[in-house]
Design a protein around this ligand. Structure first.
Ligand SMILES: NC(=O)c1ccc[n+]([C@@H]2O[C@H](COP(=O)([O-])OP(=O)(O)OC[C@H]3O[C@@H](n4cnc5c(N)ncnc54)[C@H](O)[C@@H]3O)[C@@H](O)[C@H]2O)c1
Ligand SMILES: [Zn+2]
Length: 376
């Protein structure tokens, strides 16, 4: 047997029923069997975006139909701008028009936008139908498809309407990444750096040492990265499904990241915004005495080596901090930040995962980053 076809499985416990992440080159071929054993649905909505539809939907749908499933492909225009309530309504209406009932299942084939949106459709359709996540971007494979967070953006900010709706299974097939444009591959690497920064210094070193192979999408290096990142993400979800404690660490870089992502009008990719956010939040942590000195420049150097942006300089510090207020993590007036203590260790103190930050500190730290010319 070809060793690359070995099916590695990572189990993720969940209150509503645990699930498995199937990781293997060629795992897409197993989708029909996985659907049968985890959902038992005869009819499926294959929800995807138009770009992924053109590249991969026929193969996925063909395999499902060959196994006797009735499949309806529903594609919406690609991009974060379409992760909206309007698209949620359009996809839901298409499912209703197709006569899909309570016994249907949703297959989310695409990046994090498709996963979040199709997951939210599944969470709400007929008060909830099963979803199987089939991530096709690096970012979705190592982060967004795992953990059950689903939702849409609103003009007031990102992910403000949504639900926890764990998938019945995740099918992670790195072969699907072969068609992914380089900038989206790099954006995914930002979330891998986040995993290393909050949980595993050795992993960070490995990413740094293998930067060239990763940027060139070398199959071996990518498979190794996907495996380790899935382990880390699944580990946090297993410890804290509903993000009351350690799972908050996965938000490192995301408070400022979401703010600059929104302010850029989604010109910045999510992973690019998170790269900028991690540098800014490491600098903020240094200012607050939470984060070891030198961490901001170390994470900036690593991200720059991977071809990611690190400068928040084009955004006015006050506007960024204003935009962080729209984030769900704002509680009782002050905005919560998940910081790191040092490269490879998340948190703000032992067993403390986040910290409320005064606007003045956040503004001063962003201004300082701009002022000294480095690392921004
Ligand atoms: N739910 C979570 O826990 C979680 C975690 C992290 C990020 N997210 C969300 O994920 C989203 C970002 O996800 P993303 O970066 O995957 O963006 P995305 O879904 O927009 O995909 C990026 C682009 O790549 C294209 N694409 C996807 N797969 C492809 C393939 N195999 N070949 C060629 N093109 C392909 C898409 O059409 C799109 O244009 C954000 O909305 C973010 O909030 C969610
Ligand atoms: Zn993210």
């Amino acid at each position: 047997m070809d060793m690359t076809m070995r099916d590695e499985r990572v189990a993720v416990p969940a209150a509503a029923g645990g699930y498995e992440i199937h990781l293997a080159e060629g795992a897409l071929a197993r989708l029909p069997g996985i659907l049968a054993s985890t959902c038992g649905a005869a009819r499926c909505a294959l929800v995807t975006d138009e770009t992924v539809a053109a590249l991969h939907a026929d193969r996925a749908a063909g395999a499902m139909r060959a196994a006797g499933l009735d499949v309806r492909i529903i594609a919406f225009p690609p991009g974060e701008r379409n992760k909206t309530r309007e698209t949620w309504a359009a996809v839901t209406d298409a499912m209703l028009a197709a006569g899909l009932g309570r016994d249907a299942a949703v297959v989310a084939l695409g990046g994090g936008v498709v996963g979040d949106l199709a997951g939210f459709v599944a969470a709400t359709y007929m008060r909830g139908v099963p979803v199987v996540q089939v991530p096709t971007t690096l970012l979705a494979m190592i982060d967004a498809s795992i953990g059950g967070k689903t939702g849409v953006d609103t003009p007031a900010g990102k992910n403000l309407v949504g639900a926890f709706h764990p998938p019945r299974a995740v099918v992670a097939d790195p072969a699907l990444l072969a068609t992914l444009p380089a900038e989206h591959l790099r954006a995914g690497l930002a979330e891998a750096v986040k995993h290393g920064a909050i949980a595993d210094a050795a992993y960070l070193q490995w990413i740094g040492a293998n930067g060239a192979a990763l940027a060139a999408a070398s199959t071996g290096a990518l498979l190794e990265l996907v495996r380790r990142s899935i382990e880390i993400k699944a580990g946090f979800v297993a410890r804290d499904e509903h993000e009351r404690g350690p799972r908050k660490l996965l938000n490192f870089g995301h408070t400022i990241g979401h703010a600059v992502e929104t302010l850029s009008g989604y010109r910045l990719l999510h992973g690019e915004a998170v790269a900028i956010g991690m540098v800014a939040e490491a600098a903020l942590g240094e200012r607050l005495g939470v984060t070891e000195r030198g961490s901001a420049s170390a994470v900036a150097a690593l991200l720059q080596g991977l071809g990611l942006p690190v400068a928040a300089g084009e955004f006015d510090a006050r506007s960024v901090v204003e935009a962080t207020r729209a984030d769900k993590k704002a509680r009782g007036g002050q905005v919560e930040y998940a910081l790191i203590r040092r490269m490879g260790e998340g948190g703000v103190a032992p067993e403390r995962w986040s910290i409320a930050v005064r606007d003045a500190d956040a503004v001063a730290s962003l201004d300082a980053l701009r002022g000294d010319g480095a690392p921004c």
